[in-house]
Design a protein around this ligand. Sequence first.
Ligand code: FE2
Length: 322
Amino acid sequence: MSDMPTRRDVLAGMAGLLVGGAAASASAQSFGSPSSRRKPAVTFAHLTDIHVKPEDGAADGMVKALRHAQVHPSRPAFMVNGGDAIFDALAVSPERAHALWKLWGETLAMNKAMPMRHCIGNHDIYGWNKTKSGAAGTEPYYGKQWAMEAYQLESPYYSFGFGGWHFIVLDSCFPTGRPDGFVYRPLLDQEQFEWLRGELASVPEATPICVISHVPIVSACALFYGPPQDPDAPWPYLPLLVHLDARRIKDLFARHKNVKVCVSGHIHLVEALEYNGVSYYCNGAVCGDLWRGAHQDCQPGYAIVKLYDDGTSECEYVPWQS
Ligand SMILES: [Fe+2]
């Protein structure tokens, strides 16, 4: 017997919140040439960069965002946690990391009425900043292990099928070996790249593919991250913001024309762009500017991603405070 609320309980509690204004200040983007007879195949809510913590009203905000997304009029079938669920595990003590994962788990359990898929973000990784975390690197929960347990993942990258689409969830971050500063680099190691190559080869050409990663594979908004640029040292954070191996990933995608959509987070900015037949949606951040309101041009929000049977898509960014 469990004290946990049922899906019906949670949805009933949300009914009063039914989000009349959900789409009022949303922005939608779409690419491709939809056929006049296309049918909706999958709709999911993409909540990325929640960064929950005990301070700054973050847990209350997480609850509101979860409830907002699950009663969205588009009726998502499931949610995707795009990574960076907590703030932060890279550079804190194990006691602090434990408190954060506990807060995440309890808040999610009380407010989740539909399945959620998880993608690992850089801030979910424990201890890589050894200077600040004090981690030795030999702890059993070091690195991605803690996040994998919190997300109940057997592998940091995986795939699944839903509604006639094939979904591939990637693991974007690998250690630089530095004790502080730039402790990770966004890329796929060779093992994961080979797995991705095999995965794409195994999916029938008629099945459209949606790739989910924490760090964007292709992004323009990454150029605006951080303070105004010093013209002599532009874009100092760019090596942390976009997949460093984007060229070989987009070349791989070019050999599999059924790769249609990539969704990501990480930048806390919203964009939709198309490159070489693939729609890249970078979907802001639930926490905005780490629970201090909007991050530059981006309100705290999540995305509703609509995938159609002809491989086309739409992505709507929904500020959850509206
Ligand atoms: Fe983040």
